[in-house]
Ligand binder design. Structure first.
Ligand code: DLL
Length: 434
């Protein structure tokens, strides 16, 4: 099933021809309207007619998050404010947020890409979409909302929080599709259990989860606890919001990135060198239809790989692998590189352990330390101390063997780790708090 079959199944040559045409127009647009790009492209010797083939993209300079911060709030916009109909901003934890603006056409395109994403995930007209992504400056809520309306589904604009009420609504309104962060879906499952509600009795069929990294093991846990099919959705506010890429329900093998609107590249984050298909590196995205804030070769910091292999679903758009994390979330513990998602994968494979964990990194004298706090189930927690000790030792050993990093595992009481209604906080790095 497709939302826009013609565009979702374009042959590769047609995708590339469209990309080139749109890229040329985009370069002209930013040269004309954005002083930042006039300067950065000018320095690289790029003029209005420099892009002749798609390979020429590699000659263009990168755009960094810092460039957006330096242009706060509106100086990267390529359209006059009279044409900007919506403003969103990223949830930066420090300093000023990154601000993005959308023209009517941008909102239109975003809605279509979200509608395509819903269909790819297995949703359709007639579905009741329970949207628990946060509404506000965050792009999750409104992005999914407009996509659901474009699809013609009934959307319940829940936003995050008030978990008990969410469950009641889901039950009474007969929600069939749930959209929220993967961590929040597990919180909901837990809250439902406490209320004596079994997800098996709900009408929920599909979950569309993203905005934070999650593992394949976490998917299995969610699918089992919520009795649904769960797919991964990717996006970032700088590029658009949710719906930049989505897994198809048919394969669940990588996320189709909508290549008629975005050109993805994978690079070595250290050297900037282009990496071929299948190699893991940083995802760089060029927007080719955005009017409000088009970005050239935007450094997402997200780590993935790309595949152009045909997919059983019939979509021809390339697939990016589930994000292993952000390069700036990668922990370096005594020289060993570790992504929180790798630890998550190991924890989720351990019987008796709950999907709620926190990594605490510290430094004692000159030595980095990693403490893995993870909840155990009620039953396990009331078990004998020696069993708990044996379990933590076993997990420590597995982490050491699989990731090469020594850590201390602390099994904590059920529900002692803060639950999230949006993006979960998985890491506290005390080394940077000196
Ligand atoms: O998180 C947009 C979004 C909303 C995506 C709802 C999916 C669903 P930002 O707040 O700007 O936008 O954060 C973007 O979140 O660069 C990734 O590091 C991370 N991220 C988003 N989706 C995924 C995912 C929204 N599926 C940043 N897997 C991105 C892993 C993700 N990380």
């Amino acid at each position: 099933m497709f939302f826009n079959e013609e565009f979702e199944t374009l042959p590769r040559e047609a995708i590339e021809a469209l990309q080139l045409k749109r890229l040329k127009t985009m370069v002209r647009r930013v040269l004309k309207n954005v002083p930042f790009y006039r300067e950065s492209l000018g320095k690289a010797g790029i003029g209005a007619d420099s892009v002749k083939t798609l390979q020429d993209l590699a000659k263009l300079p990168f755009t960094y998050k810092q460039d957006l911060r330096d242009s706060y709030p509106y100086r990267m916009f390529a359209a006059p404010m009279e044409e900007i109909v919506r403003i969103h901003a990223s949830s930066g934890t420090t300093g000023k947020p990154t601000v993005v603006g959308y023209t009517k056409k941008d909102i239109d395109n975003w809605s279509e890409l979200m509608a395509r994403s819903f269909v790819a995930a297995g949703a359709h007209k007639g579905d009741i979409i329970h949207n628990s992504y946060g509404y506000g400056l965050f792009t999750g809520g409104l992005g999914a909302h407009y996509g659901a309306e474009r699809l013609g589904a009934s959307v319940i604009p829940m936003s995050g929080g008030n978990t008990k009420k969410q469950i009641m609504i889901m039950q009474d309104f007969g929600s069939t599709v749930l959209t929220c962060t993967p961590s929040y879906s597990l919180f909901m499952a837990e809250a439902a259990r406490e209320e004596g509600i079994d997800f098996r009795d709900l009408k929920l069929r599909v979950g569309i989860f993203g905005a934070e990294p999650w593992s394949e093991e976490m998917r299995a846990d969610i699918e089992q606890k919520l009795n649904i099919s769960a797919v991964d959705i990717y996006g970032l506010s700088e590029i658009m919001g949710p719906g930049v890429a989505i897994e198809c329900c048919e394969a669940k093998q990588g996320l189709h990135i909508w290549e008629d609107h975005f050109i993805p590249e994978i690079i070595d984050p250290e050297t900037g060198e282009l990496l071929g298909a299948g190699r893991e590196g940083e995802l760089v995205i060029t927007t080719i239809t955005k009017e409000g804030i088009p970005l050239i070769r935007y450094r997402t910091r997200d780590i993935t790989s790309i595949s152009y292999e045909p997919c059983i679903c019939g979509r021809t758009h390339a697939r990016i692998a589930r994000m292993s994390g952000r390069s700036d979330d990668m922990l370096i513990i005594r020289g060993v590189n570790v992504f929180p998602s790798q630890i998550e994968s190991i924890l989720m494979g351990v019987e008796g352990v709950e999907p709620h964990y926190l990594l605490v990194v510290d430094r004692h004298e000159t030595l980095d330390t990693l403490e893995v706090q993870v909840e155990v189930g009620e039953q396990m927690f009331s078990d004998e101390v020696k069993h708990l000790q044996a379990l933590s030792l076993r997990i420590e050993k597995q982490i050491k063997e699989m990731l090469g990093v020594t850590c201390r595992v602390r099994l904590v009481e059920p529900k002692s780790i803060t639950r999230s209604e949006g993006k979960a906080k998985r890491v506290i790095d005390k080394r940077n708090q000196a």
